[in-house]
Design a protein around this ligand. Structure first.
Ligand SMILES: CC(C)(COP(=O)(O)OP(=O)(O)OC[C@H]1O[C@@H](n2cnc3c(N)ncnc32)[C@H](O)[C@@H]1OP(=O)(O)O)[C@@H](O)C(=O)NCCC(=O)NCCS
Length: 393
C-alpha cells in the first residue's frame, strides 16, 4: 500500500470552493476527459457562460469544489467537482404536506491524472455531503471544515449524481459510518431505446405544436404544479419522498441548451418540446421535452421529460420525433426511468414492431447511473422518485 493511502495523510486535505486558478485547474482536468471536439478555450468559455449567464448557473447556483492541502488552501487541487443548486419538493414520512426544498446535483467529478487512486475523490465527496446539508457533525477524522454560508449554499434534503464509473464507487463516498454515499436504485436507472424512422410527413398531427426554449419557463410552471399535486397524492406512510421541481430555474432547458451550444442548430429556432392542448379544458396538456443531440449524454435523440403522455398518443409523438431526429441525423432515441413509473406506456412502445425497442438497465460504465444521497432523518429513509433525464448534469 502506498503511503498516500493511509488516512492520517488524507486528514491533511480539506474541501473548499475553488478560487479562480483552482477552478481553471479543475476545468483543465475535466477537459482532458470530456473535451470531445472542443479546444480548452471553448470548453472554458462554455463553463463561464454557464456560471454567469445561464438561468441554471447564475447567482452562484453553479459552483466548483476542490480538495486542497490544509496548509496550502490557495494552492494545487487534488480532486474537484461541480454542484448545481436546484429546487425540489419533499413530502415527509407521515406528513400530508408537500414542502419546498433544495437538492444539489453533482457533476464533473475528476482527479488530476498525477493524483489518481490516492483516495482524493472519495475524500472530497465525503466532505462535500457536510457542506451541502445539515447532517450531524462530520466524523473527527474529517477535521474542521471551512464554514459555508447557508444563504449562498442552502442546506439540501439530498443530493444526486449521474455516475459514469458504475454503481459502487459513489456509494462508498460516505458522510459517516451510518450513511452510504450516493446509492443507485434499479428502478431509476432503466432505459428505453427506439428506432428513428424516415419521416412520413413534415407536419405535426392536429392539436400538437412545437415548444421552444422561450416557452420553457411557463411550461416549467405548469409541470411544477402537476408534480406537486402528484406528490401530494403519494403514500408516505413508509418513507419520505422527494423530487426536483420542474420550475427550478433553467433545469428543464439545461440539456437542450447545452446541446445547442455545442453544434449547429437543426432548425432556427430549434424545437425543444412538443405539446398537445386538449379541446376539453378540464383535461391536462401533454408535454414532452427533448434534445436532438447532446453529445455528453450520448449520440441519440434524447427525450428528457414526459408529462401526461397516454399510450394512444405515442405513435403521434414518435412521428414528430422522426421529423426532427431524421434532420439531426439520429437513428435512435433514448429515454430513461420510465419502466417503473409508466409500465403501460413502455408496453405500448415495445409493441410498435418497426421501432425495434430495447429496454433494460443502463450500462455500468458511461451509463449515467443515477445515485442519490438522503440528508434528512435516517429513519425517514428518503427516496427520490423521478429518474427521467431532465435533471442530468
Ligand atoms: C473517478 C475518479 C474521479 C476517482 O478519483 P480518485 O481520486 O482516483 O478516486 P479514489 O482514489 O478516491 O478512489 C479510487 C476508486 O475509484 C474507483 N474508480 C476510479 N476509476 C474508475 C473507473 N474508471 N471505473 C470504475 N471505478 C473507478 C475505484 O473504485 C477506485 O478504487 P480502487 O483504486 O480500489 O480500484 C477518477 O478516476 C477520475 O478522475 N476519472 C476520470 C473522470 C471520471 O470519469 N469521473 C467520473 C464521472 S461520473
Amino acid at each position: 500500500m502506498s503511503m498516500f493511502k493511509d488516512t492520517a495523510n488524507l486528514a491533511n486535505f480539506t474541501i473548499r470552493i475553488a478560487n479562480e486558478l483552482q477552478g481553471i485547474q479543475h476545468l483543465r482536468a475535466g477537459w482532458e476527459i470530456w473535451k470531445k471536439d472542443n479546444t480548452f478555450e471553448k470548453y472554458h468559455t462554455m463553463a463561464m457562460k454557464e456560471r454567469n449567464e445561464s438561468p441554471w448557473g447564475n447567482d452562484g447556483k453553479y459552483l466548483t469544489w476542490v480538495l486542497v492541502r490544509r496548509d496550502d488552501m490557495d494552492g494545487q487541487i487534488y480532486a474537484g467537482c461541480e454542484t448545481y443548486l436546484r429546487k425540489g419538493f419533499v413530502k415527509h414520512k407521515d406528513s400530508n404536506k408537500v414542502e419546498d426544498t433544495f437538492i444539489y446535483t453533482i457533476a464533473s467529478v475528476v482527479t488530476p491524472k498525477p493524483y489518481l487512486r490516492n483516495g482524493y475523490a472519495t475524500r472530497l465527496l465525503s466532505l462535500l455531503h457536510h457542506q451541502l446539508s445539515n447532517l450531524p457533525p462530520p466524523p473527527y477524522s474529517f477535521g474542521s471544515l471551512p464554514e459555508v454560508s447557508a444563504t449562498t449554499i442552502p442546506k439540501a434534503i439530498g443530493s444526486m449524481l449521474w455516475s459514469d464509473v458504475g454503481s459502487t464507487f459513489y456509494s462508498k463516498c460516505t458522510s459517516s459510518s451510518d450513511r452510504p454515499g450516493w446509492v443507485v436504485e434499479k428502478p431509476l436507472v432503466t432505459e428505453l431505446i427506439w428506432k428513428i424512422l424516415p419521416p412520413q410527413s413534415t407536419k405535426l398531427d392536429d392539436g400538437w405544436e412545437w415548444l421552444y426554449l422561450d416557452d420553457l419557463p411557463s411550461i416549467g410552471a405548469k409541470l411544477s404544479n402537476a408534480a406537486k399535486l402528484d406528490l401530494s397524492k403519494r403514500d408516505t406512510s413508509q418513507k419520505t419522498l422527494f423530487q426536483h421541481d420542474p420550475a427550478s430555474e433553467g433545469t428543464l432547458s439545461f440539456i437542450p441548451t447545452k446541446g445547442m451550444w455545442q453544434r449547429p442548430l437543426i432548425e432556427d429556432p430549434e424545437p425543444v418540446g412538443l405539446r398537445f392542448i386538449p379541446s376539453d379544458s378540464q383535461e391536462q396538456e401533454t408535454i414532452i421535452i427533448f434534445s436532438m443531440r447532446m453529445i455528453n449524454i450520448g449520440d441519440r435523440l434524447l427525450i428528457t421529460y414526459i408529462h401526461n403522455l397516454s399510450p394512444p398518443q405515442l405513435p403521434t409523438v414518435l412521428k414528430a420525433m422522426d421529423i426532427l431526429g431524421h434532420k439531426a441525423g439520429q437513428t435512435e432515441g433514448w429515454i430513461w426511468g420510465l419502466s417503473a413509473s409508466r409500465p403501460n406506456l413502455v408496453k405500448t412502445w415495445q409493441g410498435l414492431e418497426d421501432r425495434q425497442v430495447k429496454t433494460g438497465q443502463r450500462q455500468e460504465i458511461d451509463g449515467h447511473l443515477l445515485g442519490v444521497a438522503w440528508y434528512g432523518p435516517l429513519e425517514e429513509n428518503g427516496e427520490l422518485i423521478d429518474g427521467q433525464m431532465w435533471t442530468w448534469a
